[in-house]
Design a protein around this ligand. Structure first.
Ligand code: ZN
Ligand code: ZN
Length: 350
C-alpha cells in the first residue's frame, strides 16, 4: 500500500536542513512510482546546504538514489514490476532533443519537466518516494543486490562518461589527479579497463585507499615535482591519459605537460574559480594531444553503472564512509564536507 504522505529532507536556508512531510507524488502517464531507500550526499547538495548555490529555498535535494519499484500504474508500457530494485536518474533531460536522440542526454538542450513537492521544487532523491518516467529508471541485475552500493550509480555513471571520452586502451598509463571520491572511482574503473593507474594525491589515507583499490603508483605532489615523477614512471614519455578530478584550474594547465605525444586529457571536474589557462596551439598541433571535457552522466552510463554495482563488478563499499538516518541529516551533511569522508549516505526510512 502506498501511504498518502511521505517524509523528505528539505534545505530551508543556509546550513538548515529539516525533515518535512509531503504528499506522495502521483505518477503522470508513462511514469512509475519508486520507493527510495538510500541517497548519497554529493558536492552539489553540499553547496546547496552551505550557501544555497543560487537555488530558491526551500529545496528538496538528492540525486544519487536507489530503491525499489513501488507502483506501476495500470496501462503503463513497461516491463518493470513492483519490488524490482532500481536506480533512478533524477537529473532531467527532455528525451527528444538532438542531443538526447544521439544518446548524449547529459547535454540535453530541451526543456525537461521539473518536479515539485506540494509546491517545493527539488531533484527529489532525498524523499521516500519519487515518480519518474520509465526511461529514467534503471534495473539492477540482481534482486538481492545492496541498495546502498547501488546508490553510487550516478557518480559511477559520471565517471563512465569520463572514461568513455578518454577511450582507454589495455596497458595504457593513466594518471588520475585527485584522490577524492571521483578520483577513487576513476581508479577502480580504469583498473577494470586493464590500465596502469598513477594517482596524484597528497593525503596519505586517500592514497592508501587507492592503493588498496588497485592503484599501481601514488605520486605525492607535496613531496616531488609531480610532472617529473610521472615522466620517470613512464620511461620519459608521459602518460597516455590524464583525468583531472580536482577542481583547481591551474592543474588543467600543469598536467598537459604530463601527457605523452598524442595523449588525452579529460577535464572531469567543475573547476572553481573559473580562471582561464594558457595553452600553446603550436604544441597541440605538433603533439596531437587531445583536450576533452566530461560532464554529468548519460542514460547509457546509468544502465552500465547499475550493472557494475548490482553485480559488484566494481566494489564501492570502501567509499561509503558513513550512513545516517534522515533525522540526523545535519550531522550527515556536515560530515560529508569533512576531508575524512568520501561519501556519506542517508537512510531514507530510518
Ligand atoms: Zn552526484
Ligand atoms: Zn534533450
Amino acid at each position: 500500500m502506498i501511504p498518502p504522505k511521505m517524509k523528505a529532507l528539505v534545505v530551508t536556508g543556509e546550513k538548515t536542513i529539516e525533515v518535512q512531510e509531503f504528499s506522495v507524488p502521483q505518477p503522470a502517464p508513462g511514469e512509475i512510482l519508486i520507493r527510495l531507500e538510500h541517497c548519497l550526499i554529493c558536492t552539489w547538495e553540499q553547496r546547496i546546504f552551505q550557501n544555497g548555490d543560487g537555488m530558491k529555498m526551500p529545496f528538496l535535494p538528492g540525486h544519487e538514489a536507489s530503491g525499489v519499484v513501488a507502483w506501476v500504474p495500470e496501462g503503463t508500457p513497461t516491463s518493470f514490476r513492483e519490488g524490482d530494485p532500481v536506480v533512478v536518474k533524477t537529473l532531467d533531460s527532455c528525451g527528444h532533443c538532438e542531443f538526447c536522440y544521439r544518446g548524449l542526454d547529459n547535454q540535453c538542450v530541451g526543456t525537461p519537466k521539473k518536479r515539485f513537492y506540494d509546491g517545493v521544487p527539488g531533484s527529489g532523491g532525498m524523499a521516500q518516494y519519487i515518480a519518474l518516467p520509465v526511461s529514467r529508471v534503471f534495473p539492477l541485475p540482481d534482486p538481492n543486490c545492496d541498495l546502498r552500493e547501488a546508490a553510487f550509480a550516478e557518480p559511477v555513471a559520471c565517471c563512465l562518461r569520463s572514461l568513455e571520452q578518454a577511450d582507454l586502451q589495455f596497458g595504457e598509463d593513466v594518471v588520475i589527479v585527485g584522490g577524492g571520491i571521483m578520483g577513487q572511482l576513476h581508479n577502480v574503473l580504469a583498473k577494470k579497463r586493464g590500465t596502469r593507474t598513477i594517482l596524484v594525491e597528497m593525503d596519505p589515507a586517500r592514497a592508501a585507499l587507492a592503493t588498496r583499490m588497485g592503484a599501481d603508483e601514488i605520486v605525492d605532489p607535496s613531496a616531488c615535482d609531480p610532472i617529473l615523477r610521472i615522466k620517470e614512471l613512464t620511461c620519459g614519455r608521459g602518460a597516455n591519459v590524464v583525468f583531472i578530478t580536482a577542481p583547481i584550474p591551474q592543474l588543467a594547465e600543469l598536467y598537459l605537460d604530463a601527457l605523452d605525444k598524442v595523449g588525452r586529457i579529460v577535464y572531469y571536474t567543475s573547476f572553481s574559480p573559473n580562471t582561464p589557462i594558457s595553452i600553446s596551439p603550436k604544441s597541440l598541433h605538433y603533439s596531437e594531444k587531445k583536450i576533452m571535457g566530461s560532464y554529468s552522466p548519460t542514460s547509457q552510463g546509468f544502465y552500465t553503472a547499475a550493472r557494475l554495482l548490482g553485480r559488484r563488478i566494481i566494489d564501492v563499499r570502501p567509499f561509503l564512509t558513513e550512513t545516517y538516518p534522515m533525522s540526523e541529516a545535519y550531522t550527515a551533511f556536515t560530515r560529508s564536507m569533512s576531508a575524512e569522508t568520501l561519501r556519506v549516505g542517508i537512510d531514507l526510512w530510518k
